[in-house]
Design a protein around this ligand. Structure first.
Ligand code: B12
Length: 350
C-alpha cells in the first residue's frame, strides 16, 4: 500500500440491483465507506474487466470483496495482488478454472514451474496504484470529511505539478467520474458534490486566467443546451483549449439554440462546442442541437462532448462527436488545417 494514502478508500456503486450481483451481503463484513479499492480501480490495476471479476466471484467464490453499508464492493490490496498473479498466469496460457481461487503461494509456484519470467517483485507487496488514482481517492476522502482547505490545497499542488493539460485529463475527469459514482451510491451527499464543484471550478478558472496571455489563433464558443446544468465539462475543455492556443468564449449552460447561433455569428467564432450530459431530456436536446447545427451552417464545426453526446446519435456535415482526448486533438488540428491552402503535391513539377 502506498504511504501517500493512509487508508485506501474507494467503493464501486451499488450494482446489486442488476443481475450481476447475486451475492448476499455477508454479515459482519460491512466496511467503512471509502476504505479499500473499488471494482473499477481493481480492474485497472489488475487489468481484468469488472464483469469478469463479478463472474469469478459468482463462479469460484473469488475474489470475495467486503461490502459497504450500501452494498458496494470493496477489495483489499491482497485481492489486487492475487488478481495480478492470475492475470499473469492467464497470459502464460492457464485457464481461469485452473487458477482462480488458488492461494498466492500456489500461483507463484505455478508460474515459476511454468517457467514464467516473473518480475523480481512478484513475491513483494502489490505495486501501488498510479499516483493520480491515489490522489483522486485522497481528495474524495477529504471531501467526505468536508475538509475544503485540504481539497483546495491538493488541487492547487496537483495543478502546479501536473500542468493544465494533465490536470484536466488525468485528475479532473476521473475525479468527477468517481464523485458521480459515490454520489449515486449515496456515499457522498449533494453538499459534497457542490463543494467539489466549487473548488474544482475555481481551480480551473485560475488555470484559465493563467492562459490569457498565451495567445490564440482560433476561437471556440462553449455552451450547453437549455436545461443543461453541467458546466464543469465546459470549464475543463476551456482549459484544454486555452493551452492549445484556442481561445474559449463562454456562453455557458442552459443556452437556447437561437442564442448559441447568434453568439457564434456575432463573436465570429471558428467553432462551437456543446456539452450534453445524460441527465437531460434527450429527444428535446437532440432537436435543439440539430437547430444549432443548421443555424451555424455547414462550414462552422459543432463539437459535441459529454456523456450524453454519443446517445444523441447526431450526424451532419459540421457535427463532430468528441468522445476522447485524441478526438479533441484531432478536431483542434482540423480547425487549424481547415483554412490552410491545400498542400502541393510533392510530385508536381514547377
Ligand atoms: C457535478 C455534477 C452535477 C452538478 C453540476 C455543477 C456544475 N457546475 O457543473 C449539479 C449539482 C448541478 C448536477 C445536477 C444534476 N445531475 Co449531475 N453530476 C455531476 C457530476 C458529479 C460531474 C459532472 C461533470 O462535470 N462531469 C465531468 C464531465 C466533464 O464528464 P463527461 O460529461 O463524461 O465529459 C467528458 C467528455 O465528454 C468531455 N466533454 C464534456 N463536455 C464537452 C464539451 C465539448 C465541446 C468537448 C469537446 C468535450 C466535452 O469532457 C469530459 C472529460 O472527461 C456527474 C458525474 C459524472 N460521471 O460526470 C453527475 C451526473 C452527470 N449528474 C447526474 C444527475 C442525475 C443529475 C441531476 C438530474 C440530479 C438531480 N436529481 O437533480 C441534475 C440534472 C441537472 C441538469 N438538468 O443538468 C447523473 C446523470 C446520470 C444519468 N444517466 O442521468 C450523473 C452521471 C451522476 C450519477 N452517477 O448519477 N450534477
Amino acid at each position: 500500500m502506498s504511504m501517500a494514502c493512509p487508508a485506501k478508500r474507494a467503493v464501486d456503486k451499488d450494482l446489486s440491483k442488476s443481475q450481476d450481483c447475486p451475492v448476499a451481503k455477508p454479515s459482519g463484513t460491512v466496511v467503512e465507506p471509502l476504505e479499500g479499492f473499488s471494482i473499477r480501480a481493481v480492474a485497472r490495476m489488475a487489468a481484468i474487466e469488472p464483469d469478469t471479476l463479478r463472474m469469478w466471484e459468482r463462479r469460484y467464490g473469488f475474489p470475495k470483496p467486503r461490502r459497504t453499508a450500501g452494498g458496494a464492493r470493496v477489495y483489499s490490496p491482497d485481492d489486487v495482488d492475487v488478481l495480478r498473479l492470475i492475470a499473469r498466469a492467464q497470459k502464460e496460457g492457464f485457464r481461469a478454472g485452473e487458477v482462480v481461487g488458488r492461494t498466492r503461494a500456489e500461483l507463484v509456484s505455478l508460474l515459476e514451474a511454468a517457467g514464467a519470467a516473473l518480475r523480481e517483485n512478484v513475491a513483494g507487496p502489490p505495486a501501488p496504484p498510479r499516483a493520480q488514482d491515489d490522489l483522486v481517492e485522497r481528495l474524495l476522502h477529504a471531501l467526505g470529511r468536508s475538509e475544503a482547505s485540504t481539497v483546495r490545497k491538493e488541487l492547487r499542488k496537483a495543478a502546479l505539478h501536473m500542468g493544465p493539460k494533465v490536470f484536466v485529463t488525468d485528475l479532473a475527469a476521473p475525479l468527477l467520474a468517481r464523485l458521480g459514482e459515490l454520489w449515486e451510491a449515496k456515499v457522498l451527499d449533494i453538499h459534497h458534490e457542490h463543494l467539489m464543484t466549487k473548488l474544482l471550478s475555481t481551480q480551473l478558472r485560475i488555470l484559465l486566467a493563467a492562459s490569457e496571455d498565451l495567445g490564440a489563433d482560433r476561437t471556440v464558443l462553449l455552451a450547453a443546451p437549455s436545461s443543461e446544468q453541467h458546466e464543469l465539462g465546459l470549464e475543463m475543455i476551456a482549459v484544454y483549449l486555452a493551452f492549445h492556443q484556442v481561445e474559449p468564449r463562454f456562453l455557458g449552460v442552459d443556452s437556447p439554440a437561437a442564442q448559441i447561433v447568434e453568439a457564434a455569428r456575432s463573436l465570429r467564432v471558428d467553432a462551437v462546442g456543446m456539452t450534453i450530459s445524460e441527465a437531460v431530456d434527450m429527444p428535446r436536446v437532440k432537436a435543439e442541437v440539430e437547430r444549432v447545427a443548421r443555424g451555424l451552417g455547414a462550414d462552422r464545426p459543432l463539437w459535441l462532448g459529454g456523456a450524453g453526446a454519443r446517445r444523441l446519435d447526431l450526424r451532419g456535415p459540421n457535427i463532430r462527436c468528441v468522445d476522447s482526448w485524441a478526438e479533441l486533438d484531432r478536431v483542434i488540428r482540423d480547425l487549424r488545417d481547415g483554412d490552410r491552402p491545400p498542400a502541393r503535391s510533392a510530385s508536381r513539377s514547377i
